[in-house]
Design a protein around this ligand. Sequence first.
Ligand SMILES: Cc1ncc(COP(=O)(O)O)c(C=O)c1O
Length: 440
Amino acid sequence: MSVKTPRQYYDEVLGALQDHHKAFNRYIPLIASENVPSPAVREALTTDFGNRYAEGWVGERVYAGCEWIDKVESICIDLEKRLFRAEFVDPRPISGVVSNLVVYTAFTEPGDTIMALPITCGGHITYGRKNLGGTAGAVTGLEVEYLPLDYEELNIDVDKTAQRLMKLVEDGKAPKLVIFGGSVFPFPHPVEELAGVFHDAGTMIHYDSAHVSGLIAGGKFQDPLREGVDTVTVSTHKTFFGPQHGTVLSWDKYAEPIKKATLPGLVSNHHLHALAGVAIASAEMLQFGEAYAEQVIKNSKALGQALYERGFKVLAEHKGFTESHILLIDITKYGDGGSVEKQLEKAGIIINRNLLPWDVKEGRHYMNPGGIRLGTAELTRLGMKETEMVEVAELMKRIVVDGDPPEKVQGDAAELRSGFEKVQYCFENATKAYEYVKIR
Ligand SMILES: Cc1ncc(COP(=O)(O)O)c(C=O)c1O
């Protein structure tokens, strides 16, 4: 058996990258946690910033050579302060997960109780219990109590939350931290309604805006810092304009513990090429964010309606399906989330399977759940509007409801995409959205 040469491996990797780009030129991307950055952001990612260290705070680095890094990072901080109207911004955490870890590290001790949505109800793995391997339990040693979800409203139940909190206080387990937000986040959470009771119980209020950061920056979702939260974490690449990175937003009074938790706690290099990308993306957000966020929400409502009319059980119909980029669909009439995901992928329609809140009780597993989750942020960034959402719904219906072979639909999906090749809501877009850029 012949062993491949280093050059063959090298060529294979570069070939796979090119094939990935070719495929994304055809795909209808509907993963709610993904987006496509502008050419300027991609340019930043290729720069020498990605090879440097800048430990410390702007102007107080412990490495030489940081003059332009300081300039970019201070612009990034200023822009994020403006976008989120935050007193304090730490843009160094390298992802949403690390941003949540910064908050846990700064404000909790192992053994403390926190409250958050369970993963089955849209909570993220970073809020998970120890037995599930979740970050809060397994990494930080926190005890996780669940926030109750109203299944009809697809939102946190205010009365039941207040009752559960009182019981925890009575039992001497007053939570140190509560986390609003999640990975299935169609409606603004009742932060304002619950901020008083949590603060009265001595609980810090954290808001994980990973999914909705771009909608908040665009002024089209809730405004957590005005509704009483103490800390907010950001993923910069879901509804925000990318690239993959994190950020913690807060008030000046919490600046020092957050800075210390980030460094020396959780980063050494902080992916400076990505940070430069976030600065560019933030400038784009400031200029184009409002129009973009408005269109994202219009698109997800239109997609929800069009799918519903074609036989899909899109949840929360009585509330217009969503107020964000996310739709949650009960797919059990047509199979399970895993098989539907695979069928759609064969046609170039990229979605993800998702647990429904009641799945585990009904014996379904996360590999074959009863739901699928869709997000409209990336299609919106490519310039699609409500008319195209109806076309996307029709393509999905042909496969899932009519049972057409995906191969028959693939060409039509690619044709729809071919009219939307460039990133919109940005200053410059000479390079196509998924063009492979060769600099060898
Ligand atoms: C609610 C929530 N928080 C945090 C994260 C983690 O973000 P990142 O991928 O930037 O680490 C995710 C990722 O999907 C998420 O959905």
